[in-house]
Design a protein around this ligand. Structure first.
Ligand SMILES: C[S@@+](CC[C@H](N)C(=O)[O-])C[C@H]1O[C@@H](n2cnc3c(N)ncnc32)[C@H](O)[C@@H]1O
Length: 415
């Protein structure tokens, strides 16, 4: 269990992947994410609403993912890769790209979640079945707790098929123990419930009486969508109701726990967490999101909301025990575009070897910033002969002076 390397009340504007990569491991108690659903639409806020100008694209092509993200997944999570490949065959490349985008981020979410933490992934039937498999691969099918159906009414009705009036929220835990505050989220008994009226007497003679706060909530939630006149409405496209987030946060966290929303939009999760006295942090790509977070939190707290707005990802402070350097091979290959850092020649992945820029003997770490790929020729010859190139077959230097000295003089191949 780690302390977070950022303060509660922080919102980053930017892509959540580098932000999560910079977060310490196991420092978050609860994650709720409401990412793009692969709906093949572009969402825009109505002109004149508080959120006017906010927009995000939810249509996916292979250009939307970095090639090294796919490679990194192959190293870190072969099960997720197999799911993505199956989705590509069944559905096509758009779904493949969307799932790669999701899988690299879900892998980071798994890392930053505490061992006792829970994650709620909000999606809809477009991709929920693929995302379920992805979550099984990343969080483990044994850690699947619930498929929550959020049922709502309103909007038009189809005459060609059953009207689509529900979203799906997949609930997973990270491990075998988790927070679940059943009494915090009880709902009233149905009017027709005989048990609610008079309780029940078991065969043993023991009498069970109805709970004053109602019955434990089941996995189908009837919560209205935000109506056009509701006070909480910001106009932000895809804004979720506070009541939905309040139920999730009350059920799966305690006061002072840290709640994280990597696709925080207009801050529904953050506002709900703040009202329930939880710590919180969020990220959103849209610069408009932070404006709405600020406004909504300030409205609740008074004049000065006190939100910390950042664009730079945090720097991990828990890298005492980083992952094995080999896990970065695919990522480095993508970043270097398959070119050996030593001789600037393109090589197939299989003959590229991971090299420490600053050798471990000199305090170099397994962090990706300190790693590069060399072709096996460069790696073997590195430092073998005296002279400016220290035995490397390079023709063109590509490092800073400091890094080059480390490579040329030490010859410390770590492969
Ligand atoms: C479905 S909306 C979230 C709505 C939010 N739950 C609310 O109630 O306002 C998805 C959000 O994800 C954001 N987004 C998309 N890609 C992102 C990325 N790579 N990093 C961070 N945010 C991203 C979009 O800007 C959008 O605000």
């Amino acid at each position: 269990m780690n302390a977070p390397n950022f303060t509660g009340g922080t919102v980053w504007t930017g892509d959540n992947l580098p932000v999560m990569r910079g977060m310490n491991s196991a420092c978050v108690d609860l994650i709720y994410l409401d990412p793009p659903f692969n709906s093949n639409r572009t969402y825009e806020a109505p002109i004149g609403s508080k959120a006017a100008g906010a927009a995000f694209k939810d249509a996916w092509t292979p250009d939307d993912v970095d090639v090294h993200e796919h490679g990194e997944l192959a190293d870190r999570n072969p099960a997720a890769c197999a799911v993505i490949e199956a989705a590509r065959r069944a559905f096509g490349k758009g779904m493949q790209s969307y799932l790669i985008f999701m899988a690299v981020r879900l892998t980071e979410m798994h890392r930053v979640l505490r061992d006792t933490g829970s994650i709620y992934l909000h999606c809809d039937p477009t991709a929920s079945h693929y995302l379920k498999l992805l979550m099984d691969g990343i969080f483990g099918h044994e850690n699947f707790l619930n498929e929550v159906i959020w049922h709502y009414t309103g909007g038009g009705r189809s005459k060609r098929y059953f009207s689509r009036k529900h979203d799906i929220i997949l609930l997973y835990t990270k491990g075998k123990t988790w927070t679940f505050n059943v009494d915090a989220v009880r709902v009233p008994y149905k009017d027709t419930s005989g048990y609610a009226k008079s309780g029940i007497v078991a065969k043993s003679g023991k009498r069970y009486t109805p709970h004053p706060d109602g019955t434990p909530v089941d996995s189908v939630w009837d919560i209205p969508i935000i109506n056009p006149m509701a006070k909480e409405r910001t106009g932000y496209p895809t804004q979720k109701p506070l009541a939905l987030l309040e139920r999730i946060i009350k059920a799966s966290s305690h006061e002072s726990d840290l709640v994280f929303d990597p696709f925080c939009g207009c801050a529904t999760t953050l506002v709900a967490a703040d009202r329930l006295r939880r710590e919180w942090a969020g990220v959103d790509l849209s610069p408009l999101a932070i404006k709405l977070v600020d406004e909504r939190i300030a409205k609740d707290r008074g004049l000065w909301g006190g939100v910390t707005a950042l664009t730079e990802p945090p720097r991990r402070t828990d890298l005492g025990d980083p992952p094995n350097y080999r896990t970065h091979r695919h990522r480095l290959y993508g970043e270097q575009e398959g070119i050996c850092t030593g001789c600037d020649t393109h090589f197939p992945f299989r003959v590229m070897e991971v090299d420490y820029v600053l050798p471990r003997s000199k305090g170099g770490t397994d962090h990706p910033d300190n790693l590069q790929l060399l072709c096996s020729g460069c790696n073997r010859s590195k430092g073998a002969a005296p002279g400016p190139n220290g035995g490397l077959c390079r023709t063109k230097p590509t490092h800073t002076a400091t890094n080059e000295q480390a490579i040329f003089r030490d010859g410390a191949s770590d492969i």
